[in-house]
Each structure stands twice: as structure tokens, then as C-alpha cells.
Design a protein around this ligand. Sequence first.
Ligand SMILES: Nc1ncnc2c1ncn2[C@@H]1O[C@H](COP(=O)(O)OP(=O)(O)OP(=O)(O)O)[C@@H](O)[C@H]1O
Length: 594
Amino acid sequence: MAKETLENVSLIDTYKKIYPYIKPYIAVALLGIALTVPVGALDAVIAYFLKPFMDEVLVNKEENFTSYVPFIIIAFTLVQGIFIYLSAIVNGYVGNKITLNLRRDLYNKLIYMDSAYFKDNNSGNIIYRYYNDAEMASSGLINNLKLGLTRFFSSVSLIGVLLYNSWQLSIIAVGVLVVLFLPLRIVRKTIKKIMNKTYTESASLLSLYNETSSGENVIKCYNLQKRMKDNFETGASQLFSLAMRLIRNTNWLSPTMHLVAACGVAIVIAFGGKLIINKTITSGEFVSFIASLIMLYTPLKAIGNNFIELQKSAIALARIYEIFSYKPVEEVENAMNKPELKGISESVEFRNVSFSYNSSRKVLNNVSLKVGKSQTVAFVGNSGGGKSTICSLIPRLYEWQEGDILIDGVSTRNYDINSLRENISYVFQDNFLFDDTIRNNIIMGKSNATEEEIRQAVKNACLEDFIANLPEGLDTRIGERGTLLSGGQKQRIAIARAFIKNAPIVILDEATSALDNKSEKVVQEALDNLMKDRTVFVIAHRLTTIQNADQIIVVNEGNIVEKGTHDELLALNGFYSGLYNTKLRTAENEENGK
Ligand SMILES: Nc1ncnc2c1ncn2[C@@H]1O[C@H](COP(=O)(O)OP(=O)(O)OP(=O)(O)O)[C@@H](O)[C@H]1O
């Protein structure tokens, strides 16, 4: 979102935005607000009773009065305490419900975000925006609304006591009140500017924690501790400076307000003395007036701090609405009710597809290819040529800009996106496994899989022996991202997951380089099983896979430079033949131990 939008956000707009979240709890929220009325108004009672106390006891020496007024004051304070407690519970309920619902809506948004979004935003950004902002927005707004309203009702009732005691002094007091609010306008802009920077720095620091946790082996082996500490130091110091800047630029508010309030009290005392002398007011009225005035100014002096918190919440909410305004492709498509793709009967075709991740550089240029049902197409070519990108467009992980991708002659954009993905099993080079059991990781491919289906998938993925040796078998937990497993084991679990999905289209990113020969053979066997009788797109590194493919596509710098079978391409004596003689044949010889 444009930075200007964040800086232009007003408090009224902010409350309008949060209103849909308050609406379901409006009755409770109103009760919370209603409870702030007596809490605020009861302040005035104490101030009010000072007048008869002064006039009756100190001036008229009326003893009777002293016997019941202290009890009244204690009783009112007790009632006020009960209201404060009830109001905390009610407002806490509404605040936490709003946080919960905001977090839920944010997560629902996150889960459908486009792949590109995850590439553009680091993990720190995501955690900060999707987790922290919800809390900051809702609790800040609710707490401050509660505080603000309590103070408002307290102020209204105290102003009532002021007016009751002396309208002349009230004019001075309320005049000072207006001056009290002026500095708030000045700090508002500063808070927004500093908070935006704080947000960016906090997000970077959160990412650093994430990198420290997931990259711990690289950090150790490359002795990157110092580098990481330096990065941390830079980020943390920036945050410190920003925090200090916020304190320096905003904390003059409270003392300034103190000063203005003190001026108000001073003027009232100077002027009030004259009113007593010429008997316009009694000394009781004067004391009660001063007490009300101090009570009125005291919370208002603290309003500066509330205001800072309120601004932080408003910024957090603006950021949340920035996320809400983003319309990911999946969300738009899910609302469209497109027909479902029910398997493939003829072909998958790329027709003049051009694509760029960002407008600066075309990654695919006019790519055309056609694969018949149950055929295998193998992609080969130099690193960075665009093989993975081509494959990622089939399940619409990214949106291409020109041309089309068709299944059985119909654009994949015309099918329901979820059903399209149902028809595709994607095995990545670096497969993501969840922190759960082997069984649960496998059945993610089909949640209602039977025991027999699981057994079959385990067998086809060559996992039987491995699982048989585990004390807890399929119910063994594999750690975050499968850290308790070897590279080959992780891959075979991902292959089992693809098996159980039993989709007609299979996309494979062969990742044999990371494995030793023995594991590689087992993984290959599993992959070969997976490829049987399906329409397969394979980013191939193994000569056998390539030779057995019905079609080999040679990709170079985003272009398809050659297309055909192994023999046809060798006969061309071009790019593929070069690749074969330099890389593929050598790799095959090494694999065969020649
Ligand atoms: N998310 C992304 N944003 C921007 N550019 C990207 C992104 N992913 C890949 N690229 C770029 O797109 C180009 C093609 O990458 P791709 O991963 O498709 O190549 P590849 O042929 O599969 O390479 P390799 O064999 O090394 O895996 C590369 O130049 C890469 O830098």
C-alpha cells in the first residue's frame, strides 16, 4: 500500500473500519460503554461532596455531616470499583473476540495469497502483520475507547460540578482544556512516521530469528555467528533508536499538558480568591471547584500516552486493511463457480506462453508444447533457464501474461482452480514436510485414505523397510520440515503423498544430486513407479528418465530451443547433443561406476 494512505488514516476512519468486527458483539460492547458512564461519573461525587463538607463542617461546624459523608464516599468508591472490574471483563471479552476474528480473517487471507506474495514478503513481515498487528489493532482500540469514554464521562460530570460551583471559573477551566488538546495534533504525524519505520525494522528482526532457526547448520559450518550477531545488532540498535525517537518526540506531551493544567489551576486560584473575597462564591464552592478541576486535568494529562497507543493501533489496523484489500487470484476464482476439471482425456498444451515474475524481465518467452495423455515430457537445459517456472504454471502457482495453458483444449483458467490442483501431484526438489507423523504427512495427499491405500503408497514410494524399522512406524513424528529424516527419506515421503493423491498429472523436479547412489536408486525407483500411466512433466537430470521420455524439451534462457525424442535430438547435433556429451553421459557413467 502506498505510504501516504497509512499516513492519512484518521481515527474516525479507523473506528469505522473496526466497526464490522465490533458489530457482532455490539450488545456486549454497549454494556462495556454503559459501564464506563458510572465509572467516570462517580469521580464527580467525591468532588461534589467537598463543597458541603467545607461549608457545613469547616465553616458552620455542623458535626452531623461528618458522620455520614465519609461512608458515602467509601460506598461510592466501592460501587465504582465493582463497575471498573465488570467493565474490564466486558471490554476484555470484546477486545479478545475482535483480535480472534481479525486473526482468523487475516489467516484466511494468508492461506489463499498468491505464491508471488510469499516471495515478496519475508517471514518476519508475515508474522508481524498477520499476528502482531491484529492484537495491536484491536486491544489498543478497545482499551483506548474504554479509557477515552470513561474519561469523557468523568470529564462531563466534573465539568457539571465546576459549573455548579462557579460558572465564571468554569470558563477559565474549560478554556485551558481546549489548549490541552492542541499538542496532540502535532505529535500525531511524528508517531505515524516512526511507527512505520519501527514496523519495517521489527519485521526484519523477526526474519532474522527465523533464519537463525532454520539456517542453523549453515551458520555453524560457515561460522556465521558473528555476521548474524552483527545483523542482529544493527536491527536491534535501529529499533532502540526508533524507540528513543518516539519517546523524545512524544513524551514532551505529558509535561506540556501538566504545565498547561498547572497554568489553569494557577489562574483559577488567582481569580477564585477574588470571587471569595467579594463573596461571589463560598470557600466550600471554591474547594470543591479546585478538587474537580484537579480531577479533571489529571487523567487528561495522561491522555498523551493513550493517544500514542491509539495511533499505533490505527496504523496496525490500516496495515490489516491493506492486506484485506489485496485480492489473491484464488480468492477471486473461488467466488466464480467455474466448472471442475475431472481428469484428463487428451492433452496438456502450452500455447505461446510468455511469463515474467516481475515486469523487469521476461523469464519465459513464447513457450509452446503439447503432451498427450499418459505421456512423459522431460525438461532439460541450463540452470536458470526456466524449467521449474514452466512446471509451476501448470497448477497456476503464478499467472502468465501472454498465451495460454490448456487441458483437453480448454484453458486451465476456465476450470475451478482447486479441481485443477486436485488433478496434479507435484513433487518438488525440496519438499515441505509438516511437523507431524509420517502417516499424517502422507495422507495430506488424500485425507480419507484407507489403510490399504496408505500401505500401497508406502510400498510404491519404497518406504516399507524404513518404516518397518521405526518403533512407532507410520506414527513416528518427523520434526519441523522433516528435520529428523534424511534427504532421501523426506523425498520418498513426499512421493508417497503424491501417490496417495493419485492425480492424473504428475510434475516431478528430480532432485538426485543431493543423494548418495544408494538412496538415489531407491528414490528413482519410487519416482519411476509414480510416473507409470500418468501424464508426466519431469525436470530430469538422469539420462534414463530423459531417454525414456516421449518428448524432451530443451529450455535455454526462457526459450524452447529444441524439442523431440532422444534420438531425434542427438541427430540434430545441437544444444541437446552438446548437453548429452558434456553432462548427461558423464553423469550416467559415474552412476554406473564406469
Ligand atoms: N520468484 C521469483 N521471482 C523472480 N525471479 C525468479 C523467481 N523464481 C525464479 N526466478 C528466475 O527465473 C529464472 C528461471 O528460473 P527457474 O527456477 O525456472 O530455472 P530452472 O531452469 O528451473 O533452473 P534450475 O535448473 O537451476 O532449477 C531464473 O533466472 C530465476 O532467477
